[in-house]
Write a protein that binds this ligand. Structure first.
Ligand code: COA
Length: 180
C-alpha cells in the first residue's frame, strides 16, 4: 500500500484515478490491498489464474500517481457480468474510489456486451452493500452459508445496465461465484 500522505486527505482522488487492465506485474500492489481488505484474501496463484487462463475474466486497476489504490474484477458471460472482487486501499477509502471502480467495471462490462451486472455481498458488509445500493443494485435473494470461511450468508444483487452497445460481443461460459 502506498503512503496516503502523498495525496492530501481532502484532495479529489476520483478525477486523478486512471484505470487500466490488471497485469501480472501489478500483483504485488494488488495483493497488498487484497491482504489488507479481506479476511480470506485470494492468493497470487488465484489472481494469476484469473489473469492468464480465465478467458471470461476482466480485472481493472485504478492508479493514483502511478500507484495502484483500487481494483475490481468480473466475469462477463454473454449478457451478464458477475463481479468477483472490488477493493480500495484502506488509506484511500470513503473518497469515492470504490464507486468509481464499480463504474469502471460497468463501463467495461457494457463494452463487452453485458446488459446487467450481478454480485454477492456478505450480509454483514454494510459499506459494500451501501456502495452497491447507491449505484442502483437491488437485492434479489440470499444464498445461505455462501462463504466457506465464516458460513455467512450472501446477498445477491443485480443491476440493469441497459441494452448492450452495438459492436459489444458475448464471451461465453459460466461463472461459479465471486467474492463480494
Ligand atoms: C467496499 C469498498 C470497496 C468501498 O470503497 P470506498 O472507496 O471506501 O467507497 P466510496 O468512497 O466510493 O463510497 C461510495 C458509497 O459507498 C457507501 N460506503 C462506502 N464506505 C462506507 C462505510 N464505511 N459505511 C457506510 N457506507 C459506506 C456510501 O454509500 C458511499 O457513498 P457516499 O460517499 O455518497 O455516502 C471498500 O470499503 C473496501 O475496499 N472494502 C474492503 C473490501 C470489500 O469489502 N469489498 C467488497 C466486497 S468484495
Amino acid at each position: 500500500m502506498r503512503d496516503e500522505n502523498t495525496v492530501g486527505p481532502g484532495q479529489d482522488i476520483v478525477s486523478a484515478l486512471r484505470y487500466e487492465a490488471m497485469r501480472v506485474q501489478d500483483l504485488d500492489e494488488v495483493l497488498a490491498i487484497e491482504q489488507a481488505s479481506f479476511s480470506t484474501p485470494w492468493s497470487r496463484a488465484a489472481y494469476h489464474r484469473e489473469l492468464i487462463t480465465n478467458g471470461y475474466a476482466t480485472y481493472l486497476i485504478g492508479r493514483l500517481d502511478g500507484h495502484v489504490i483500487t481494483y475490481g474484477g468480473m466475469w462477463v458471460i454473454l449478457d451478464e457480468a458477475h463481479v468477483t472482487n472490488i477493493a480500495v486501499d484502506p488509506g484511500f477509502r470513503a473518497r469515492g474510489a470504490g464507486r468509481r471502480t464499480m463504474a469502471a467495471l460497468e463501463e467495461r462490462a457494457a463494452q463487452l456486451g453485458a446488459s446487467r451486472m450481478t454480485l454477492e455481498v456478505r450480509v454483514s458488509n454494510l459499506a459494500a452493500r451501501r456502495l452497491y445500493e447507491a449505484l442502483g443494485y437491488h437485492g434479489t435473494g440470499v444464498r445461505r452459508n455462501y462463504y466457506s470461511d465464516t458460513h455467512e450468508d450472501a446477498m445477491v444483487m443485480w443491476k440493469d445496465l441497459g441494452p448492450p452497445p452495438s459492436g459489444g460481443g458475448p464471451t461465453g461460459g459460466r461463472p461459479n461465484g465471486g467474492r463480494p
